[in-house]
Each structure stands twice: as C-alpha cells, then as structure tokens.
Ligand binder design. Structure first.
Ligand SMILES: Cc1cc2nc3c(=O)[nH]c(=O)nc-3n(C[C@H](O)[C@H](O)[C@H](O)COP(=O)(O)OP(=O)(O)OC[C@H]3O[C@@H](n4cnc5c(N)ncnc54)[C@H](O)[C@@H]3O)c2cc1C
Length: 403
C-alpha cells in the first residue's frame, strides 16, 4: 500500500541546495518536506568542501564546522607560488557537520525530513505540469503531492530528467579524494597542483582540515581526458609527487568520489511548479569546480521565491522567474568569465603551466583571490586589463573581459 503526503513545497535532495531551499521556505511560513535517499543527511561525502569565510559568515555556519586558510600554494612541475593573506579568507568545511547543520536549521523551522526515501517518478496534472513526486521509502511506495517541487538532486537531476526538461551533463569534472591523517601539514595552507603528472585536465589538491587531517584529491575534466581520477590519486600518493612528499606518513580514513557539472549555465531553471537549484542548475564556478556557496545562497532564494509564489497561489513559470533572475544577475557574467580562463587552463602543457604561475606571482593577494573565486568585478577586470604593469597579466585579464 502506498502512503500519500500533502505539502506546499517538496524539496528532493538533502544536499546544501535542498536543505537551504527547505529552510528558507519553512521560515516564510509554508509546509515543507525535504527528501533524501541516503540513510542520513551527508552520509556520503562527494566534495572537498573549500569555501570562503565571507560566505560562511553570511550563512551563519558555526565556527566548529570549518578550518580557516590563509596561505594559497600553487605548484606546477617546475614552479611554485605561495600567496599569503594577513587574515583567513578561505576555509575547508567539515562537510558532514556543515550539511547536517544546514538540515537541522531547516528542521528547526518546521521542515519534515524524510531520509531513506528514493524519489524516481514525477506526478503530473492534466496540463503535464508537475504536482508531486513518488518513490520508495522505508515502508515501500511513498507519494508526495505538492504545489511546487524543488529539484536539488545534484548532478543526477532526477526530477528535471523525469520531466524531460534536461539530459545528462556532457561536460563535467570527476574527482576522487582521500581524507587522511598525515604527519606534517600547516593547517593554514592549501595546495593546488597542476601539470600532466597530477592530472591531464584539471588540478590536484591538498586541503587541510586541522588536527593533522587533510583531503588529498585529483580532479579530471571530462570528456577532455579519460584518466580515472581514483587511479591517478593512488599513483600520485605512491610517487609522493611534489608537496605530497612533505606530508610524511599518510593514513587514509575515508574515500570520497563525485561528479560536478561543467556545462556552464546552460539550463533553464524554472518551469511551472518546478525550480532547479545547485548542481542541478549547473551553479558552479568552473575554474576550481566550486559550488557549495552557490547551492546555499540560491537554495535560499529558491525557497523564498517558491514560498512567496505558494502564498500568492500562483506557481507558474512566470511567478517563479524572480529566482532565475536573481541568480543570473548575481553570477552569470562571472561564471562565463571563469569559463574562458578554464578553457585556457585546460589545454596548458607543463611548460606553459610553469609560465602561468609566473603570471599568478604578479597578482596581489586580493587579485588572486578574486580570480580563483571567479569574483570578477567588471571595474576591477578593466583596471587589471588596462593598467597592470605586466603585459602577461594584462593579456590574462583581457581574456577574462572577453576581448
Ligand atoms: C570531487 C569534487 C570536489 C568538490 N569540491 C568542492 C569544493 O571544494 N568547494 C565547493 O564549493 N564545491 C566543491 N564541489 C562541488 C560541490 O560539491 C557541489 O557544487 C555541491 O555539493 C552542490 O550541492 P547540491 O545540494 O546541489 O547537490 P549535492 O550535494 O549533490 O546533493 C544532492 C543530494 O540529493 C540526494 N539525491 C539525489 N537523487 C535523489 C533522489 N532521487 N531522491 C532523493 N534524494 C536524492 C543525494 O543523495 C544528495 O544528498 C566539488 C565537487 C566534486 C565532485
């Protein structure tokens, strides 16, 4: 026998986008269900968890959820640069703790959380618009009727695919990492490693978590390279390549693997009674494949817009459009600029990477951080493209600007 539930808003996917959408909608007074297929929120970690202190403060993430980072080291086969800040601007999240904090905040606002519930079908009305979802829960078939659905299922985009609105991402990043205990690490310094031996398309990383814990990983751009990130990760650890050697003995604790879309902001993200958010919407910075802060920020916007629409009893595409307008205004041009830099980076040879690091050395700390965050303010870009004393830096920023 199936069990029927009735909600104003159903959010499918208990990642950062889903929990944030559920939180904001419940805060705005509507009845919300948040559905997660795993046994608990963040049971499986699929991300490295780097983000920015500014966003952490904006979202109110507690201090015990992250390790602050002040120094940014970049290594190519024959070059190295470390850019240091006087205060910590970046952080590595304890992903499980942070994602659970996000879902707890939603629960505190009255959201009903259903775990172990795998959604695989959509319910449509006679106009073919979505009016609910169904799947398998703890006690068998389960049905959720709702006025609006938020698809926050991440890379798989289960709901949008079931509606026939999207197909599988064609360009994406695949990443593998070990969370490990190591003998030596400066907990305030992260390492990004580039060049063919680390990965033919992408970068490798060491992100410290504090208490001699790190995440060591490899990301590979698809379809640009057919290298398996897990195999490559094992190889670079075995070879003790570059800064990995300095870590001393490495004792793996947990393995993480994930996929992140890299097709740009190609998807439409609102339909009648449906919003796409987070990785489902492709909201990720392609340069460093960073999406958590966008998932939280635009998850909250999605929840607010959806709940306002529900309260106004008008939930068609037009009523939900302010969500798409909001996130496009905030990040579309930045993500497009970052895509141009990524296109340049993905084809660099080892020698060219060595030279690229010479250009990065010329950047001031805040310029480097804006660059890596894809926070390309237009005036800042124009200034750098026009008047930076080094020609190579001017050329790089001209490319970002699109000239
Ligand atoms: C290797 C790797 C490293 C990364 N590193 C970083 C980083 O350092 N910093 C950063 O900001 N971003 C990073 N990202 C990107 C970041 O992880 C994503 O952008 C972010 O997780 C997107 O959040 P989300 O909520 O949209 O999706 P997800 O986090 O993928 O959450 C989706 C949730 O939906 C659930 N779900 C899926 N299908 C169903 C279903 N049918 N029914 C019910 N539940 C379902 C899943 O179990 C999951 O819990 C990385 C990604 C990868 C792959």
């Amino acid at each position: 026998m199936s069990k029927d539930h009735h909600y104003d808003l159903v959010v499918v996917g208990g990642g950062p986008a889903g929990s944030s959408a559920a939180f904001a909608a419940a805060k705005n007074g509507v009845k919300v269900a948040l559905i997660e297929k795993e046994n608990s929120i963040a049971e499986t970690v699929r991300t490295s968890g780097v983000t920015w202190i500014e966003s952490i403060k904006e979202f109110g993430i507690p201090e015990n959820c992250y390790n602050p980072i002040k120094n940014f080291s970049f290594v190519s086969p024959n070059n190295e640069v470390t850019i240091s800040d006087s205060v910590a601007t970046a952080a590595v999240l304890d992903v499980r703790k942070t994602y659970r904090w996000l879902s707890n905040e939603a629960e505190k606002k009255g959201v009903d959380i259903f775990v172990k519930t795998n959604i695989n079908e959509v319910i449509r009305n006679d106009k073919n618009d979505i009016v609910g979802v169904s799947g398998t829960g703890i006690n068998g078939k389960i049905i959720f009727h709702s006025k609006v659905v938020v698809d926050a299922t991440g890379f798989t985009s289960t709901i949008s695919k079931a509606m026939g609105f999207v197909t599988q991402w064609k360009r994406f990043g695949a990443g593998a990492e070990y969370e490990a205990e190591v003998e030596n690490i400066n907990s305030e310094t992260w390492w990004l490693m580039v060049g063919q031996e680390y990965t033919p398309a992408g970068y490798a990383w060491i992100f410290p978590l504090g208490n001699n814990r790190v995440r060591i990983g490899v990301g590979v751009g698809k379809p640009e390279s057919d290298v398996d990130p897990t195999e490559r990760l094992k190889e670079i650890i075995k070879k003790k390549l570059g800064p990995i050697k300095k870590l001393g003995k490495i004792t793996p604790i947990e393995f993480h693997y994930g996929l992140i879309p890299n097709d740009g902001l190609s998807r439409k993200t609102v339909f009648n009674n449906l919003i796409l958010v987070g990785d489902t919407a492709g909201q990720a910075n392609p340069l460093v494949l960073e999406g958590i802060r966008y998932a939280i920020k635009f998850g909250r916007v999605a929840g607010e817009v959806a709940s306002n629409a529900i309260k106004n009893k008008k939930t068609d595409e037009k009523a939900l459009y302010p969500y798409e307008e909001n996130w496009r205004n905030a990040i579309e041009s930045k993500i497009n600029s970052a895509g141009k830099v990524q296109d340049r980076w993905i084809g660099l040879s080892d020698k060219e990477w060595d030279k690229e690091l010479d250009i990065i050395k010329e950047l001031k700390t805040e310029e480097f951080l804006d660059f890596i965050k894809a926070d390309f303010g237009l005036s800042n870009m124009i200034k750098l493209a026009m008047s930076h004393p080094k020609l190579a830096v001017r050329q790089l920023f001209n490319l970002v600007k699109g000239k």
